[in-house]
Design a protein around this ligand. Structure first.
Ligand SMILES: [Zn+2]
Length: 350
């Protein structure tokens, strides 16, 4: 968006003198800046070895945030196409359906294009665990819908592509699913391993409708869910700082994140104010430990300018390393996580 232009007040010699003075001051300040031998420098971002493929992430981003998906509006045929794309990737990765099929139909409580009875869908894929821990569940979730499009004229539209919100989280969830299903296939966990359900929610932008529906109609017992990790807007990492929401939902989170950060070298900011703002909310209300990973709001948030070219794929790869290490640890640790509800008042702010 262009900023408003300043009004052009004043004309004549006085204005000319003022302009000359301003130019002189600008020149002086540039010279002074050039003479300063020690400009403040940002701390150096530590190197890391990515576990995931940047090309694969970009493939998902370019599909989901393309104009041809018209912003994946809630209840639209385009949202449905995005859901089918996620389902097809789950199938390719060898995940099992998380319900009788991969798609859980979510009724919408409002008409879409004037039609009542519209639906959205959650996409559920399962990586089964083993042994005594197989009946316990980890969930990695991300919503795939966005705001759709606006009709600008009779023959043109403005598309809200939603590259960061939340093609980024969906793309990362898909690649973590692919990586873990490859890594864990055929590896015997001596003491057992928890099952992982990968979940792509629809209708988040209309009020967390998809994830709320899963919490009300869970396909596994809710008290068997050991932890829920949510990826919503993970494509705009700045200054290497990842925002963690939900660390107060379990005493163990900060220790687990610190241990898992070895291969991602991220820095963290904790912010419980967003606890009720994305799909982890209903899991938190069901007293499940939750962790929402987020790279922050920005000027393009909920505008038509949230595009793929602004995505920091290096940052996404760092977050990917962290999520993989967390899930690998959570899958085999002997104890479940404790639940703490000190931030309940934040979750109420929905
Ligand atoms: Zn959004």
């Amino acid at each position: 968006m262009r900023s408003a232009r300043a009004a052009n007040h004043g004309k004549g010699p006085a204005r000319e003198r003022a302009l000359r003075r301003a130019r002189l001051l600008l020149l002086l300040s540039l010279l002074l800046a050039a003479c300063d031998s020690s400009p403040p420098s940002a701390p150096e971002v530590p190197p890391f070895d990515p576990l995931l493929s940047e090309t694969a992430l970009l493939d998902h981003l370019n599909f989901l945030a393309a104009d041809s998906l018209f912003g994946r509006g809630v209840g639209s045929e385009h949202e449905r196409r995005a859901a089918e794309y996620v389902r097809d990737r789950f199938q390719e990765h060898g995940l099992q359906p998380g319900d009788t099929t991969y798609l859980q139909t979510v009724p919408l409580p409002f008409p879409v294009n004037g039609q009542t009875g519209a639906t959205s869908q959650n996409v559920l894929g399962v990586l089964p665990g083993e042994g005594r821990l197989a009946g316990q569940w980890l969930i990695l979730g991300a919503h795939y819908d966005h705001l759709g499009f606006l009709r600008a004229s009779a023959d043109s539209v403005v598309v809200y592509n939603g590259a960061d919100d939340n093609a980024s989280g969906t793309a990362l969830m898909l690649e973590v699913a692919s990586y873990l299903s490859d890594q864990l296939a055929g590896v015997r966990a001596v003491d057992g391993r928890r099952s992982i359900m990968f979940q792509a929610y629809g209708a988040e932008e209309a009020g967390l409708i998809g994830s709320d529906y899963f919490c009300e109609h869970p396909t596994v017992p809710m008290d068997s869910v050991v932890a829920m990790l949510n990826l919503d807007m993970v494509g705009r990492l700045r200054d290497n700082v990842l925002i963690l929401v939900g660390t107060s939902s379990s005493d163990e989170w900060t220790g687990l994140v610190a241990a898992a950060n070895g291969t991602s070298s991220l820095w963290f900011a904790l912010d419980e104010r967003l606890l009720g703002r994305s799909d982890q909310a209903c899991f938190y209300h069901s007293q499940r430990p939750v962790l929402f990973l987020h790279t922050g709001l920005h000027n393009e948030y909920h505008t038509p300018y949230d595009d793929v070219w602004l995505i920091n794929t290096d940052g996404m790869l760092r977050v990917g390393n962290l999520v993989i290490a967390l899930l690998q640890d959570l899958a085999v640790r002997s104890e479940r996580l404790s639940f703490g509800d000190v931030a309940l008042e934040f979750a109420e702010q929905r």
